[in-house]
Design a protein around this ligand. Sequence first.
Ligand code: ADP
Ligand code: MG
Length: 336
Amino acid sequence: MSDGNGAVPILQVENLKKYYPVRGGVMGRKIGDVRAVDGVSFSVREGETMGLVGESGCGKSTLARALLRLEDPTDGTVLFEGNDIATASKQDLFQLRRDLQIIFQDPYSSLNPRMTVGEIVREPLLVHGVGSKEEQVRKVRDLLETVGLSGDVIERYPHEFSGGQRQRVGIARALALEPKLVVADEPVSALDVSVQSQVLNLMMRLQKERGLTYIFVSHDLSVVEHVSDTLAIMYLGRIVEHGPVDAIYGRPAHPYTRALLEAVPVPDPKQRRVSVPLEGEAPSPVSPPAGCPFHPRCPFAIEACKAAVPALEPVGAKVVDGQAEHFAACIRQGEI
Ligand code: ADP
Ligand code: MG
């Protein structure tokens, strides 16, 4: 965590979209789109962690992949230190990739079972031609020790390790090229609760030591609370609230955020807010509801909520460097 005020954004995302075609009929014609990410904008400052939170299926992993151009976005820009990842050429992307890494949710399927741990961690160094063979092997041992594994494990295979240890291997691999930005897609969701905090602590320590910027994806608000500086709350392909963690916890402005917070215990019962139960499932991103995507589940919805998608508007009066910090996309924010 850093106070971050005044730090420059390392990543600036504008109106990012990722649609998947829906095909139907005997001809397999395109009959619609899955709007997995539907016009997302945010920025992350260097050295900070942005938590990206929302229910399963809201588009978090698609956004993570589109940010790193593991899939081509449908529209929008992703400026990393001023370079647009979304439209970069293959060669430029190859260079940019050194600075941008991802840690996946499932440490079982994300590590190649036929490669040794040493080969897995070394692969990015080989691909990018970093150092001699001896230097690479030394670096791999260092990395494994950095993540809390003995350097002696290089000859072993992923199946010989527990989930937490495998995730440590995934982290070591992600760090091999000394990236600046790491997108961690639910990095602890597949782990036992008892090892979750160990891996979280490791990630926090590495951030401090290496000045890393993180985008930390989770479906669970309580997991990201302690690691994040800012939060982006995602619903049906859009960000519905964005701002500093304290502001969002202290004064959640979007009913959906309030519903997510209901599930997180509040120590002081007097601090409890009007309850927003989260009922049913999120609608399909193939045919999202008109207007505010949350209105069918929202206890505060009025007719006007069905009319237009609300824009992210500043919440409250707090400004830093002449800019508002906390935004919510709800026409009723302030009244509810
Ligand atoms: P999350 O990570 O928040 O659970 P995802 O990004 O995985 O959400 O998925 C968002 C939406 O996009 C879901 O409706 C999902 O079914 C759809 N989706 C994801 N990947 C694809 C794909 N390759 N083709 C079609 N639809 C997809
Ligand atoms: Mg996901």
